[in-house]
Design a protein around this ligand. Structure first.
Ligand code: PHE
Length: 460
């Protein structure tokens, strides 16, 4: 594209209003199904506190540096993820990386919006107290997700919610919605946590969450912890890059990244403290074994049962599923925005048209994933259903490879001076140079070696 055109695009590019806006939008992207749905069942399956400890170590050494780098690439390039790499390196060939980013967001959305649809359904059902009718929750859940029409309709509703926000634009849509929702999300999760901790016998749940069992840790658990951290803070697929491209020049990238990653982790821990103590308390009450290893069904099968059993469970259920839905929306809009930004700037479409196209593509991808629980259940890819395959492919392979590429690109293809210049806002922020040097070492050596080692140990 001629540089004149580029500057025209740049001039109309929206920006987040200020620091608070950036932090809520990025935390909104980070805090999502990953925290409330995926994190708890991963903790349940992979050894409780041992997994959490591993997760935090990975976060500090690998994922946070990747987050900072992806964010930095976005702001420095001020372009959509397709163009960013080519523009920064001055070589068009690098645009292929941008194509991979957009592909990742497709694969990701294909299953994310399906779970978003389930959330819509469960929230509505909690409102009508439909869930509290003593049915077998596992059968009900499986019947619902395997039916050919209903989950797809809910997926479409979920996407319409996303589309409305995206149509309103970066500041009036994404930023404004995230500002309101982040406050609501934290308020509700704290409330649900308090309710759960107040149940007699809930202490066992806390013990499970915070007492490490290192015997469960192996290379595949390490891979899962790494994948989960990438998934949870939205890195490796270009969503943070896209949001970073809307951030003002005066913003401190390092400190806002630390705040976002901190909030995301805090929220995940809250979600764990909302879920496990309640599960243990109810199991203790019934004299049964707590179902902590329930996997993806934990939130949709185990929890409705728990809510049914606990005093004030109806209200808690509404609050919980409302929270889950809003968390999912503030995350999926960042993926949709990535694709929409690409369509806006590369195909010169209007925002509304781009949003309609993006939503349509996602409905189609989502339909395939959803049907993998029903008519397409015989289709298996490497031993997984299409849904599971997409989930594992994106979190464990595409996001981690994307993250690997991002750190390698920023530290080996671009210059170290550029890295330091962008993170220090051209030297004006007064961040100590040693800190930026340490960060650069993490980005250049530690993160790539860590990612590759975990990858190899998992394959071998
Ligand atoms: N971080 C989101 C979550 O925790 C998922 C996500 C991943 C969103 C990658 C955007 C990009 O649910």
């Amino acid at each position: 594209m001629a540089s004149k055109d580029f500057y025209k695009i740049n001039a109309v590019r929206e920006k987040f209003a200020g620091r608070f806006g950036v932090i809520v939008a990025m935390s909104g992207s980070a805090i999502g199904l990953g925290n409330m749905w995926r994190f708890p069942y991963m903790v349940g399956q992979n050894g409780g506190a041992a997994f959490i400890l591993l997760y935090v170590v990975m976060l500090l050494l690998i994922s946070l540096p990747v987050f900072i780098t992806e964010y930095m690439l976005g702001r420095r390039s001020r372009s959509n993820s397709f163009r960013a790499f080519g523009k920064l390196s001055g070589k068009k060939v690098w645009n292929f990386a941008g194509i991979l980013c957009i592909l990742t967001s497709f694969c990701m959305m294909s299953f994310y919006c399906v779970v978003g649809g389930w959330t819509v359904k469960y929230m509505l059902e909690s409102f009508t107290l439909n869930m509290a009718q003593g049915a077998d929750f596992s059968i009900r859940f499986n019947e619902f997700i395997s039916s050919p029409v209903s989950p797809i309709a809910y997926t479409a509703i979920f996407l319409v919610l996303n589309a409305v926000i995206i149509c309103a634009g970066v500041r009036k849509g994404i930023e404004r919605f995230s500002k309101i929702m982040m406050l609501v999300l934290f308020a509700i999760i704290i409330l649900v946590t308090v309710r759960s901790l107040a149940l007699p016998g809930s202490v066992d749940g806390l013990k499970f969450l915070f007492k490490p069992d290192f015997s469960k840790i192996d290379s595949s658990v390490m891979m899962s912890a790494l994948g989960q951290s990438f998934f949870s803070i939205s890195i490796g697929g270009g969503a943070i890059l896209t949001y970073g491209s809307y951030v003002r020049d005066s913003e401190n990238i390092v400190s806002s990244s630390a705040v976002v990653v901190g909030l995301d982790t805090l929220f995940a821990i809250f979600a764990g403290m909302a879920i496990f103590p309640a599960i243990f308390a109810i199991a203790n009450m019934n004299g049964t074994i707590p179902e902590i290893e329930a996997g993806p069904g934990l939130v949709f099968i185990t929890l409705p049962y728990i809510f049914q059993k606990m005093p004030l469970g109806g209200i808690i259920s509404v609050l919980f599923f409302f929270n889950l839905l809003m968390a999912a929306v503030t995350s999926s809009i960042s993926q949709m925005e990535e694709f929409v930004a690409f369509l806006l700037e590369e195909c010169k479409l209007k925002r509304v048209t781009a949003t309609i196209i993006a939503s349509t593509v996602y409905v189609i991808c989502g339909t395939v994933c959803s049907l993998s629980f029903g008519v397409l259940s015989d289709v298996s890819i490497l031993g997984n259903s299409i849904f599971d395959f997409m989930d594992k492919l994106t979190s464990n392979v595409m996001l981690t490879c994307g993250g690997l590429f991002i750190v390698l690109f920023a530290s080996w293809i671009l210059k170290k001076e550029d890295f330091i210049d962008e993170l220090s806002n051209h030297g004006s922020l007064g961040i100590p140079l040693w800190l930026l040097n340490v960060l650069f070492i993490l980005v250049r050596f530690v993160a790539p070696v860590g990612i590759i080692a975990i990858f190899l140990s998992n394959i071998l």
